[in-house]
Design a protein around this ligand. Structure first.
Ligand SMILES: Cc1ncc(COP(=O)(O)O)c(C=O)c1O
Length: 392
C-alpha cells in the first residue's frame, strides 16, 4: 500500500495503544487495572444529558453553522469571564471536535512549512505529531522533575532561532500535572510577546487546579494582544464529556475565520446534539465541576502519600489535572532499561497498565492517571509499589 510521505512523521497515539493492550489482556481473563486513562471516571452531569435528550426530542438533528450555534458561541465567549476577559464575542471563538481539533486547526492555520514550534517536555502526546502534520518542526524543550517540570526562560532562549514561530504551553499539564502560577505564565507570555512568537495556550485542565494553587490563564494576554495568543479549552475534562467531543478556541477574529474555512472543508460543525449539551454545561449549575475537582484533589493526595514511599522514585506534587509523572529511572537495569520496559514489567508484575514517559518526551518517567475510584487507586498503587521494591 503506497501512503503519503507525511505518514512517516506520524506515530499512533501511545495512550490509546496502551488502553487497547489493557483491554486485550482483560478480554483474555487477566484482571488488569488501567491507570492509563486520560478521562474522568464520572458520568456526564444529568442536566447535560437531559439537554441532549431534549435536543433529540426537538428534532435538533441537522447541520449547524460550522463554528457552532450562536448561543453556544456566546456562552463559550462568556466563559472566559472567569479569567477576567470582558471583550470576547462570538466572532472570537469557535466550537471544535474536542480540544484536539482546536489545536489541529490552529497549527494548520498558522504554520508554514519549516516553522519551528517550541514544545516544553514532558508534552501532551499529540502536539509533535499534529505540528508535523501541519509541516511545522516541533522543537522539544526539556524540563526537570526537580524543578516541578516547569520550563525556564533560559531553556526557551537556548531553543529559540529565527525560525521559531510558536510556543505551545499546557497548564495544568498532561502528563505531569504541573501548573504555572499566573505570575509564571505572565513571564512566559511576555517572553514570547517580546520576540514575536505566537503562543497557543492549552488550558483544557484549567478547572482542575487544586487549592491553594489558583487557576491561571493567558486569556487576558489574548485580550490585550489578540494577534499573538490563542487559548484552547473544552468540556471533556471539566464536565466528564470526553465522548461528546466538545472543544473550543479563543483567537483573533481573522484567525477564527481562517479556522472556520479549514473546519468547513474537513469536518464541518460538531454534532448538533452535543452542542445543545455543551450549552447546558456552560450555562448550567457548575456544582458538578466543583465536586469532581474535590474528588480528584482527594485522590491526588491519596496517590502522593503512597508514591512518596516508593524507593528511589522522585515525584513532584502536581497542582492540577489528574496525573502523576514519577521519575523511575533510578530503578532501570539491563532487564528494565527504559520507560516502555518499565510499563511492560508493571503490567506483568502488578497487573496495572500505565503509559511510558517516552510517549510524552521523557523516558525517565511513567504516567499514572488517578481518574479511578479510591479503592482501585489504592490497590493498584500498592501493587506497583511492591513490584518496584522488587527491582531495588
Ligand atoms: C493536554 C490536552 N490537550 C488536549 C486534549 C484533547 O482533549 P479533547 O478530548 O477535548 O479533544 C487532551 C486530552 O487528553 C489533553 O490532555
Amino acid at each position: 500500500m503506497r501512503l503519503a510521505q507525511r505518514m512517516q512523521a506520524i506515530r499512533p497515539s501511545a495512550t490509546l495503544a496502551v488502553n487497547a493492550k489493557a483491554q486485550e489482556l482483560r478480554a483474555a481473563g487477566k484482571p488488569i487495572v488501567s491507570l492509563a486513562v486520560g478521562e474522568p471516571d464520572f458520568p456526564t452531569p444529568a442536566h447535560v444529558v437531559e439537554a441532549a435528550h431534549q435536543a433529540l426530542r426537538d428534532g435538533f438533528t441537522r447541520y449547524t453553522p460550522v463554528p457552532g450555534i450562536a448561543p453556544l458561541r456566546e456562552a463559550v465567549a462568556a466563559s472566559f469571564a472567569r479569567h477576567g476577559v470582558t471583550t470576547a464575542g462570538p466572532e472570537h471563538v469557535m466550537v471544535t471536535n474536542g480540544g484536539k481539533q482546536a489545536l489541529f486547526n490552529l497549527f494548520l492555520a498558522l504554520l508554514d512549512p519549516g516553522d519551528a514550534v517550541l514544545v516544553p517536555a514532558p508534552y501532551w502526546v499529540s502536539y509533535p505529531d499534529m505540528i508535523a502534520l501541519a509541516q511545522g518542526v516541533p522543537v522539544v524543550v526539556p524540563t526537570e522533575p526537580e524543578r516541578g517540570f516547569l520550563v525556564d526562560l533560559d531553556a526557551l532562549d537556548a531553543a529559540c532561532t529565527p525560525r521559531t514561530r510558536m510556543l505551545v504551553l499546557n497548564s495544568p499539564s498532561n502528563p505531569t500535572g504541573a501548573h504555572y502560577t499566573q505570575e509564571a505564565m505572565d513571564q512566559l507570555a511576555a517572553w514570547a510577546h517580546d520576540r514575536g512568537i505566537f503562543v497557543v495556550s492549552d488550558e483544557i485542565y484549567d478547572q482542575l487546579v487544586y487549592p491553594p494553587a489558583a487557576p491561571a490563564s493567558l486569556a487576558r494576554w489574548w485580550e490585550r494582544h489578540p494577534e499573538g495568543f490563542a487559548v484552547v479549552n473544552g468540556l471533556a475534562k471539566s464536565h466528564a464529556m470526553t465522548g461528546w467531543r466538545v472543544g473550543y478556541v479563543l483567537a483573533h477574529a481573522d484567525l477564527i475565520k481562517a479556522m472556520i474555512k479549514i473546519q468547513g472543508q474537513s469536518t464541518s460543525n460538531i454534532c448538533s446534539i452535543a452542542q445543545k449539551a455543551a450549552l447546558a454545561a456552560l450555562t448550567g449549575d457548575d456544582a458538578c465541576v466543583q465536586s469532581m475537582r474535590q474528588a480528584f484533589q482527594r485522590r491526588r493526595d491519596l496517590a502522593m502519600d503512597m508514591v512518596q514511599t516508593w524507593p528511589k522514585v522522585v515525584c513532584p506534587k502536581p497542582q492540577g489535572a489528574f496525573y502523576l509523572f514519577p521519575r523511575v529511572d533510578a530503578l532501570y537495569s539491563p532487564a528494565v532499561p527504559d520507560s516502555a520496559a518499565m510499563c511492560a514489567y508493571l503490567l506483568e508484575a502488578a497487573s496495572v497498565a500505565l503509559v511510558p514517559g517516552a510517549a510524552f518526551g521523557d523516558d525517565r518517567c511513567i504516567r499514572i492517571s488517578y481518574a479511578v475510584d479510591d479503592a482501585t487507586l489504592t490497590e493498584a498503587l500498592g501493587a506497583i509499589g511492591q513490584a518496584l521494591a522488587r527491582l531495588c
